[in-house]
Design a protein around this ligand. Structure first.
Ligand SMILES: [Fe+2]
Ligand SMILES: [Fe+2]
Length: 170
């Protein structure tokens, strides 16, 4: 789909406002797969999701997809430390992320719907019905697999480098 100048500006402003938002910055303290953290992971997923969405001919809801991608893992706890959450994390964190995102941001139903099914098919409770939701599932898997399969070299990359990559989203 075509990215008009207006839409590009809107996306950039959503992106930049969330990038420096202190609530979103809390995700930096949540470790993820090898050397990544929840903040870096989420922006990488957003980058991938938007890149894929722009290849579609059909008009997609890019603003909702961007919001949903950045906040899809807004669960704000470390399951490696909090043993009570460890066993259920895969099946509960999407719901919690939606709940907390609704509490802290103005999240539309459209955004919540994209977020809630991001763990499909691990969690079969919520099916990704829309194209945007499917794109998020795939982008999350793509980034998580890359993070998981990575070598030591990846771990040593400095956070600044990731952030620089993230800044060049559009
Ligand atoms: Fe997740
Ligand atoms: Fe994720």
């Amino acid at each position: 789909m075509e990215l008009t100048a207006t839409l590009k500006n809107e996306l950039e402003s959503i992106y930049n406002s969330l990038l420096n938002d202190e609530r979103v910055l809390q995700m930096k303290s949540i470790p993820m797969h090898k050397g990544s953290n929840c903040y870096i992971h989420s922006f990488k997923v957003a980058k991938r999701a938007i890149k894929v969405a722009l290849k579609y001919k059909k008009e997609l809801k890019l603003k909702a997809l961007l919001y949903a991608s950045i906040l899809h893992d807004y669960y704000l706890y470390d399951w490696r430390v909090d043993k009570s959450k460890r066993s259920k994390h895969l099946y509960t964190h999407a719901e919690l992320a939606v709940k907390q995102a609704k509490r802290d941001f103005e999240i539309s139903d459209e955004i919540a719907e994209i977020m809630i099914s991001h763990m499909w098919p691990v969690d079969l409770k919520y099916y990704p019905h829309t194209k945007e939701a499917k794109i998020l599932v795939n982008a999350d898997n793509y980034v998580a697999t890359k993070e998981f399969m990575t070598t030591k070299k990846y771990k040593q990359k400095r956070e600044d480098e990731y952030l620089k990559e993230i800044m060049n989203l559009f």
